[in-house]
Design a binder for this molecule. Structure first.
Ligand code: 13P
Ligand code: SF4
Length: 276
């Protein structure tokens, strides 16, 4: 029996559903029931009938699924898979920030710990941030944590000014405007998609800033046959698998999130820890 067959058999035995983020290893995405971005996976976790959810991604994603589904068992194959950005602010720091800005609304990116979420008025993902942030009035004072880039991106789209926590994603910090220009020179006419976690100059040099789910939808729906992708390279597996007639080029092969790669078929088959 292959590792994949073994995992599918175990999932069937335990009536478990396997969810995998778009950045996980290709073989992990292939063995999962569903792949998606943070918002799609949170929604899936809330709607699947299975009592057991195995979450392949980073810790805050499994933790979010557990918060949203108190009656279900959420397991993570690799509990040490963290998100450095999520660790760039603590609950104590959110409390101190709110004390310095009385009356302001605190909004957190889903890439945050449960402790930070508990201190905030609203939680958004890259897939719903623009729509959710529109619900705040233009005069509302907003504290956005921890990602300065997603917060800055939404503030720019809505023509608002937010107080931004200086957090960032080390993986998306690797992409540069020069890298985008070089990719455009190699693939003239190909649209450039980047994640809103990229710095401002990089977003300005791209054609669209989209969540990973938004990138998958763009690839499906847009007529372009060649697309340049500025995000973690794990997404290329899904893009290529779902769009066999199209070509996808990473802006940089170095854009790897080491934590997203910690989940392997071996630890998925052998070692799943409950989220408590
Ligand atoms: P998405 O929700 O767009 O998949 O982003 C998650 C993430 O961690 C990006 O670095
Ligand atoms: Fe965190 Fe960046 Fe990895 Fe996403 S890609 S999980 S933001 S470190």
């Amino acid at each position: 029996m292959t590792r994949q067959e073994e995992i599918r058999e175990l999932a069937a035995e335990r009536k478990a559903v396997i969810l995998a983020h778009n950045y996980t290893r290709g073989e992990v995405q292939d063995v999962a029931d569903y792949t998606g971005d943070s918002l799609e996976l949170a929604r899936k976790a809330a709607t699947v009938e299975a009592e057991v959810i195995v979450f392949c991604g980073v810790y805050f994603m499994a933790e979010t699924a557990a918060i949203l589904n108190p009656g279900k068992t959420v397991l993570i194959p690799e509990p040490s898979a963290g998100c450095p950005m999520a660790d760039m602010i603590t609950g104590e720091q959110v409390r101190a920030l709110k004390a310095r800005h009385p009356g302001a609304k605190a909004v957190c990116y889903v890439n945050s710990t449960a402790e930070v979420k508990a201190e905030c008025d609203m939680c958004v993902t890259s897939g719903n941030a623009e729509r959710v942030m529109r619900t705040f009035g233009p005069d509302e004072q907003i504290l956005f944590v921890p990602d300065q880039h997603l917060g800055g991106h939404i503030a720019g789209l809505l023509r608002r000014t937010y107080t931004l926590w200086p957090g960032y994603c080390p993986t998306h910090q690797m992409i540069t405007v020069k890298g985008i220009e070089a990719a455009r020179a190699l693939h003239p006419g190909a649209p450039v998609l980047v994640h809103p976690e990229c710095p401002k100059d990089v977003r300005a040099a791209a054609d669209h800033a989209l969540s990973t789910g938004g990138m998958c939808a763009f690839a499906r729906e847009n007529a372009a046959r060649e697309i340049i992708v500025g995000t973690e390279t794990g997404i290329l597996h899904r893009l290529r698998k779902e769009n066999p007639g199209k070509a996808f080029y990473p802006v940089s092969e170095r854009m790897v999130c080491p934590n997203m790669k910690k989940t392997t078929l071996d630890n998925l088959a052998e070692y799943c820890m409950p989220i408590v």
